[in-house]
Design a protein around this ligand. Structure first.
Ligand code: SAJ
Length: 429
């Protein structure tokens, strides 16, 4: 069995390596010559635990080659980016280019699998007309399917094997051939459906999460007005066996949850009202946090804000589409801003290498990412080096009582600034 994987990003490369590890001969293709040079010399270009070791193994067995062009193979997997345009529509240029690039190499009996996350009907309406140029009978001579990825960066190799897999063929034979391919290493259940449904399943998984986060964010705003701790309320509500309310935050980052709902909206804008509203609500959270800070710092003379957390979510170093970056850009026009993130290594203007340096003479500390490191900070040490005594926690990672006892005034997203005791006193009158 010969396999060609087009697109060697954080999905394509692990997928290529995983197949090679299971005795499939794989040719990995990427248009970026630097990526090919790095991989050909045996070095991975993405950060993923365990991946370099796995590449080392397969390079020894010579079951994996790399190049900028496809080769003849029995199966072709397309896992190229599908970025979102400014008008919130999917950019399918890479999918189209990748599909065109394999046309000269397709023969009777071959299988083409699209893994990229795409709007519904991309396989049927975009890919099939291009693949038809091979002269092969689609569905009879050439088999085509969509099988989306749902792995979590950082746990990729484990999830690639153990997650259930959705396979959506343009016909049953395409589905079963695709399932046979992934049975090479997938231990999770392989669920068969059609291509459009498979495209929608992926989008629905991430859209469910986005809408749920929007609900949590709306509850956080309501908590601040009504006067209760939304984090406590969510934790208690989730004790119900069928409730799973997500967590509020300063916005939804990354290139999945904040993007995929737009692919559904693009296909059915008149019907996707809740999906659209949820996107708008989540994208309004950075401004909500900035407004909260502006109110807190009214009257301060040239205040300094110490930001804790740049990455788009906890315990990773990825700043792409991070709400923290958006908030920082808004703040930097009016305030002196210092930054600290124990995971982000790249140089960012104002980023300090220790938290002590970042908070020195600051008027307020603002937590924007739920890194585990922030949970164990000793506020007493920080308090003495600051000018002010304010802290804003948008991720509920800090122990409020510990920080209040150290002398801080804690303002958290989704918590009334009124304490529970004060509320109790009011009601007991
Ligand atoms: N977030 C919240 N509240 C929450 C959960 C997340 O504000 O309760 C925020 C995070 O802080 C982050 C953003 O949402 O800014 C996205 O976080 P995430 O945990 O969803 O991380 P992703 O985007 O890396 O992973 C998601 C996963 N999808 C689902 O959980 C349904 C992953 O399984 C997918 O493979 C991935 O998207 C993807 O590539 O599609």
């Amino acid at each position: 069995m010969e396999l060609c994987v087009i697109g060697l990003g954080y999905i394509g490369l692990p997928t290529a390596i995983m197949f090679a590890k299971h005795n499939i001969h794989v040719h990995g293709v990427d248009v970026n010559q630097d990526v090919i040079n790095s991989l050909t010399s045996g070095r991975i270009h993405i950060v993923e635990p365990g991946l370099q070791n796995m590449l080392d193994d397969v390079m020894l067995t010579k079951s994996l080659s790399f190049g900028v062009k496809p080769k003849f193979a029995d199966a072709f997997i397309i896992s190229v980016p599908t970025p979102i345009r400014k008008d919130k529509r999917a950019n399918l240029d890479y999918v189209i280019a990748a599909t065109k690039s394999i046309v000269p190499f397709l023969k009777k009996g071959d299988l083409v699998v699209l893994e990229s996350t795409v709007p519904p009907r991309t396989v049927e309406d975009i890919m099939l007309p291009i693949l038809g140029k091979t002269g092969l009978e689609i569905g009879e001579d050439l088999f085509v399917s969509h099988s989306p990825e749902r792995v979590l960066p950082g746990r990729l190799l484990e999830e690639l094997v153990n997650n259930d897999r959705i396979v959506g063929g343009i016909n049953e034979l395409s589905s079963s051939k695709t399932a046979d391919l992934y049975k090479t290493f997938v231990k999770g259940t392989i669920h068969l459906t059609n291509a459009t449904t498979a495209e929608m399943v992926k989008l629905m998984e991430n859209t469910y999460r986005d809408v749920n986060i929007a609900f949590a964010n709306e509850m956080a705003k309501i908590a601040e007005q009504v006067g209760f701790n939304v984090w406590e309320a969510i934790e208690l509500a989730n004790c119900h066996p069928r409730v799973n309310i997500h967590r509020p935050g300063p916005g939804v980052g990354g290139h999945c949850i904040a993007v995929d709902p737009w692919f559904i909206y693009e296909a059915a804008p008149a019907s996707a009202e809740l999906i659209h509203k949820s996107r708008i609500l989540n994208d309004s959270m950075p401004e909500y946090i900035v407004t909260k800070l502006n109110r807190l710092l009214e009257g301060f003379d040239q205040p300094t804000i110490a930001i804790m957390g740049l990455a788009f979510k906890g315990n990773i170093d990825d700043m792409r589409e991070s709400p923290a970056v958006e908030i920082i850009e808004k703040l930097q026009s009016n305030y002196n801003v210092t930054l600290f993130d124990p995971h982000v290594k790249e140089n960012v203007e104002g980023k300090m290498d220790t938290i002590e340096k970042a908070v020195e003479n600051a008027d307020v500390i603002v937590v924007l990412t739920d890194h585990n490191e922030f949970k164990g900070i000793n506020p007493v040490v920080l308090f003495d080096s600051m000018k002010g005594d304010l802290v804003v926690d948008t991720r509920n990672v800090l122990d409020s009582d510990l920080w209040i006892n150290a002398g801080f005034k804690v303002h958290s997203l989704g918590k009334s600034s009124v304490t529970t005791d004060q509320l109790t006193v009011e009601y007991s009158k």
